[in-house]
Write a protein that binds this ligand. Structure first.
Ligand code: 8YV
Length: 323
């Protein structure tokens, strides 16, 4: 039987690409630039599997290909809001993602952002590199104490829990949780956490708020101007989830007018574009979507995609099927 024809839309770690090429008839987007929606629609006519990333947009029109050959979209990443899964389902196309393997590293980046913004690390480093450091003084770059503070976690799935683990055991933080479903008491107890009824109830009680919910229409602008107003004036917002979860303009206003203390962001509404108003806010730490960007995790994500494909083409239901 001919080997399944598989398209990688971006370059992956070499180790994974090499292993994939042994098993599949593999094509690579050598340009390593995001493919356009037309390119992906055309690819649906000639590949058995397409392996998209967060930089690919697959709304319903992309699936309007009369003789689609593609049977599976195996996403390289856990978040898959960039794929219209209803459209995929209606065409009989399976969609998978890569949960678990990136939870630790994404929580590490959330904690990094939290520490950096609370302790004013970017401001300090910039000042030092620019030769503006005039020496130690008692009132220089005073930040906010992290240990023992209250952290609100919105979305208590795998990554939210990995964040709670770091915050609770590493920093003795008090954890408040908001989640769309009720979290089992034994899971909350593990992190000494309390589940609150709503986002509105959570925000005024927190020194730090970290977002770990999915993106997509349901959570678009979950954090908007009204909710930013519910946060304490000295509280910090951390976003490693998806840019669209936060109304970025409202956040920039809150940062500029000091209605919140600061923000740490790894994701943005229109990546890779970042607005001037955010770039100019000293009380924001901004990273270029690095959540899962470690050698170990990017490899593990690739091998997890491969596992899903091997199962799928072997006639089994892939373990990470989401549609
Ligand atoms: C990935 C992410 O690198 O997995 C996710 O949802 O946000 C990132 O860590 C990215 O999505 C790759 O597609």
């Amino acid at each position: 039987m001919a080997r399944p024809k598989v398209l990688l839309t971006r370059r992956w770690p070499e180790t994974v690409e090499a292993r994939m090429a042994e098993v599949f008839d593999l094509d690579l987007n050598r340009a390593d630039r995001p493919l356009g929606q037309d390119d992906i629609r055309n690819a649906m006519g000639s590949y058995d599997a397409i392996l998209p990333t967060v930089t690919d947009r697959l709304p319903a029109p992309v699936f309007e290909m009369p003789q689609a050959r593609t049977k599976i979209l195996a996403n390289y990443g856990v978040g898959f809001a960039h794929i219209d899964t209803d459209a995929a389902k209606s065409r009989g196309i399976t969609v998978t993602n890569t949960p678990d393997v990136l939870s630790e590293c994404t929580a590490d980046i959330a904690m990094t952002l939290l520490l950096m913004v609370a302790r004013r690390a970017t401001e300090g480093e910039r000042e030092l590199r620019e030769g503006k450091w005039s020496g130690w003084r008692p009132t220089h770059l005073i930040g906010t104490k992290v240990s023992g503070a209250t952290l609100g976690i919105i979305g208590f799935g795998r990554i939210g829990q990995a964040m709670a683990q770091r915050a609770h055991f590493g920093f003795g933080m008090k954890i408040l949780v908001q989640n769309r479903s009720t979290v089992a008491p034994e899971v909350l107890a593990r992190y000494g956490a309390e589940q609150v009824a709503s986002v509105d109830d959570l925000l005024p009680r927190c020194d730090f708020v970290s977002l770990h919910c999915p993106g997509g229409a349901a959570n678009r602008h979950l954090i908007n101007a009204r909710r930013l107003d519910l946060m304490r004036k000295d509280a910090f917002l951390i976003n490693t989830a998806r840019g669209e979860v936060v109304d970025e303009h409202a956040l920039a206003q809150a940062l500029w007018f000091g209605t919140i203390g600061g923000a740490g962001l790894d994701v943005f509404e229109r990546e890779p574009h970042v607005s001037e108003e955010l770039l100019g806010a000293d009380n924001a730490v901004l990273l270029p979507h690095l959540g899962s960007a470690t050698r170990e995790t990017r490899e593990a994500m690739g091998f997890r995609v491969m596992e899903n494909l091997v199962d799928f083409f072997g006639g089994k239901t892939p373990r990470d099927r989401v549609a």
